[in-house]
Write a protein that binds this ligand. Sequence first.
Ligand code: ZN
Ligand code: ZN
Length: 286
Amino acid sequence: MLDINKRIELINTLLEQDTEQSLTYAALECRLTLEYLCYERFKLYFSYLSQNDLENWQPKHIIKQISDQINDDVSKEFSISVSAEKINGRTPKAKEEFESIEYTSLGTQSELKLNRLHSLWHGLSGVALHIPVPSISSGNINIYGEKERIRKKVVDVISFLSGIKGNLLMGGSFGEDYSFNCYACSTKIKRPVESLLDTTVLSCINPKCKESYVIKKDKNDDFEVIRSIIKFSCPGCNQDLEVPLRYFQDLLFDQTLNIRCGKCDMLSEVVMRPLMKSTEASVPSR
Ligand SMILES: [Zn+2]
Ligand SMILES: [Zn+2]
């Protein structure tokens, strides 16, 4: 877990140096710290979310996606306590019964205010980490941004970081998980049952694996896992050739995918090209 006080100390030292360079460097350190805070939480959910399924790489959006699809505790504040008291398989029934048990505190996860974090993260790059594209009216090009604007943003980040007091991070989910093993690489793939929709599309979490799946929920809340593949017939022996769909997602126009048949060793090529289909023109009724 990131030592936030150490980060603040480093950023403050750069602020005190008070040069254009040291302030720019302070802005960079701020931005990296904000990214780290998000990514260290994302890391705890690796077993639930494939990098391939990330909708947006920006730190805030990754945490938002975990919150929407896996567990919204990821950005919330909460404390965890455990009890050493044996309850012998009995579950306390009422709130009072829970509260009557003696607990030892494990720690607190701090809230991560995502909108504020995102606006600071964005603001830092605006004031310090890019040279604005010049225009006819912008005058000289400067390597560094305006000192006072950078300082203000860095001070805002320090105040944001100072508010994060947690000493614990928790990943995963308390509820029941639905899991299965990847067809190709046997890696366990899982999602909290309550997060699964009628149809959920997900990829294998192994970064070297190209498999992806559709999980379908039926009326009885049973799940069916369907491998996302495209089938071809081998021209040599008619064997079914199954190619994971994700191989095609990376193909560009006119690019070729080579497929070798495991049975007769024949090499086939699949070329990525537009396919035109037409439907019968509908005749307007009179
Ligand atoms: Zn896999
Ligand atoms: Zn074949």
